[in-house]
Design a protein around this ligand. Structure first.
Ligand SMILES: *[C@@H]1O[C@H](CO)[C@@H](O)[C@H](O)[C@H]1NC(C)=O
Ligand SMILES: *[C@@H]1O[C@H](CO)[C@@H](O)[C@H](O)[C@H]1NC(C)=O
Ligand SMILES: *[C@@H]1O[C@H](CO)[C@@H](O)[C@H](O)[C@H]1NC(C)=O
Ligand SMILES: *[C@@H]1O[C@H](CO)[C@@H](O)[C@H](O)[C@H]1NC(C)=O
Ligand SMILES: *[C@@H]1O[C@H](CO)[C@@H](O)[C@H](O)[C@H]1NC(C)=O
Ligand SMILES: *[C@@H]1O[C@H](CO)[C@@H](O)[C@H](O)[C@H]1NC(C)=O
Ligand SMILES: *[C@@H]1O[C@H](CO)[C@@H](O)[C@H](O)[C@H]1NC(C)=O
Length: 432
């Protein structure tokens, strides 16, 4: 019998303690997130004032409040005895082939993730390939993909990691035919491209909570008021267009740690981290679960013929400090399995994502709908070498070798390990 540790551990966790620990620790933090950045999407726009995200709490959650549940990442939501290879269970192997594109051959790389262009000196991190234990995972085949996607439309809905992923997708495809930009809003957060020879449309939609949220942040991510998050209303930015897409990829997560007032039926239900206000602190996991449930209900009720994919949240790798206390990420090779534990925050997100997606998958297959999990968390966890670090800026040490630079150990270099997410994405689409 196959033991499913993740499941056991998951049900043992004390949700209330978790919620409490997280809410206490997060109160009073200024969540100036890189996620809130806006106009730096264009390669030539630089915006030095953007603060790195706060995916990690500044202080570790006391160990007596949190059981060590590293095994949770091995949780298999679909352990139904089917013969299918689990492509998310594998390892990174050296790969001499190198990336399919570079900063010289793709013009869609955002400056903050253009590690090569920003002078990152080492290149070892691009010579690895994700290899599932039980089967061969072919690399993304842009030509074949474009042929398959003739007359189709794709959308990526989520936050700045979603955008990071989308740019990898565009770069891979643009090796066959460069995309033509059809639309962008003024902040370059919502954009649309077209591949003319294939009549493929690709959109990216900015919707960090997937639900209706009023966000009061300036361009630097400085917040003037709490986020007002409507747990029962999905974000019409994407719901209005949902029916037009053949393939939709959703993801979310990290924004939920920000201080927010939660609404339901337009009245205040409670909050997360709103110290000094007379509201019940419900914890962000309450909100995340609720919104995911709404998302999947919406999808089920739409009876869509589209393929819907949910991507799990992605870990960060700040070491020797957090994002705000000088944490860094200087590694140049992948970590060994077990070197990095999922942060408590990531684990909380994951323990909501996996069961909710699993339930939705079951429901979808009963209805003959296509809903799939893109589980990038485990394979991303062992790639601390794949982040821009100081190279989110153009030659950060050019003037001063010891310059103090804000590290980005959350987003991913392009090219980089995030390209493998698209190998997996293509596999999902081709093999179901
Ligand atoms: C980016 O640079 C190009 C060429 O320098 C320029 O034409 C374009 O307007 C710039 N875009 C933005 C958004 O500044
Ligand atoms: C960053 O913000 C400070 C204060 O708001 C401003 O003085 C500075 O010019 C900004 N730097 C950049 C690069 O925008
Ligand atoms: C790409 O990066 C290399 C350094 O690795 C640099 O020499 C080159 O100018 C960059 N190309 C562009 C278009 O920025
Ligand atoms: C392009 O694809 C769209 C669907 O995404 C379709 O409505 C349209 O007719 C196609 N255009 C051509 C020229 O085939
Ligand atoms: C919101 O409305 C729904 C249905 O009308 C109801 O079931 C639910 O209890 C209400 N929630 C709150 C917080 O009032
Ligand atoms: C907080 O809310 C409770 C219940 O709604 C109320 O009894 C109490 O007076 C409120 N406290 C303050 C300081 O407003
Ligand atoms: C963290 O600090 C240790 C000891 O000072 C050092 O050996 C290691 O390289 C540092 N790690 C990173 C990622 O900077």
């Amino acid at each position: 019998m196959k033991q499913n540790w993740g499941k056991t551990v998951y049900y043992k966790q004390n949700h209330f303690v978790f919620k409490l620990a997280i809410s206490i620790l997060l109160v009073g933090f200024g969540f100036r997130l890189l996620f809130s950045q806006s106009s730096n999407v264009n390669p030539n726009v630089t915006d030095d004032n953007i603060t790195i995200t706060a995916p990690v709490v500044d202080k570790p959650i006391p160990s007596d409040l949190v059981e060590s549940t590293n095994e949770f990442i091995q949780f298999q939501p679909k352990d139904d005895g089917s013969e299918k290879c689990n492509v998310f269970d594998g390892e990174w192997l050296p790969h001499s082939g190198g990336p399919a594109y570079t900063n010289n051959t793709c013009r869609w790389i955002e400056s903050h993730q253009n590690c090569m262009g920003n002078g990152r000196p080492d290149t070892g991190y691009i010579y690895w390939k994700w290899s599932p234990k039980a089967c061969e995972l072919p690399r993304f085949d842009a030509k074949k993909f474009l042929e398959m996607m003739r007359d189709k439309s794709w959308a990526f809905v989520g936050d700045s990691i979603t955008r990071n992923h989308l740019q990898s997708f565009l770069c891979l495809l643009s090796q066959v035919e460069d995309a033509v930009e059809l639309y962008h809003d003024k902040d370059y957060k919502n954009r649309k491209w077209h591949f003319p020879s294939y009549n493929l449309t690709v959109s990216v939609m900015w919707s960090p909570f997937l639900a209706k949220a009023d966000i009061f942040e300036d361009i630097d991510g400085v917040s003037s008021s709490e986020i007002q998050l409507h747990l029962d209303v999905l974000d019409k930015t994407w719901t209005e267009q949902f029916h037009t897409w053949d393939y939709v990829l959703f993801s979310s997560g990290k924004w939920f740690i920000k201080t927010a007032i939660y609404y339901e039926n337009n009245s205040i239900l409670g909050c997360h981290g709103c110290e000094g206000k007379n509201y019940t602190d419900l914890g962000f996991n309450f909100a995340y679960r609720k919104i995911l449930k709404n998302l999947f209900d919406f999808i089920m009720n739409s009876n869509t013929k589209s393929t819907v994919i949910y991507r799990t949240s992605t870990p960060d790798h700040f070491e020797n400090g957090s994002w705000s206390t000088g944490g860094s990420c200087d590694r140049t090779i992948p970590a060994k399995e077990g070197d990095f534990e999922l942060s408590d925050l990531n684990r909380l997100l994951r323990e909501i994502e996996l069961p909710e997606i699993s339930k939705a998958e079951e429901h979808a297959s009963e209805k003959g709908m296509k809903l799939k999990l893109l589980d990038v968390t485990p394979l991303s966890l062992v790639r601390p070498d794949g982040h821009p670090g100081p190279y989110r800026h153009f030659y950060p040490f050019a003037k001063d070798k010891n310059a103090k630079v804000q590290y980005d150990c959350l987003h991913w270099c392009l090219p980089g390990p995030i390209d493998s997410w698209n190998d997996l994405l293509m596999n999902l689409v081709v093999n179901g």
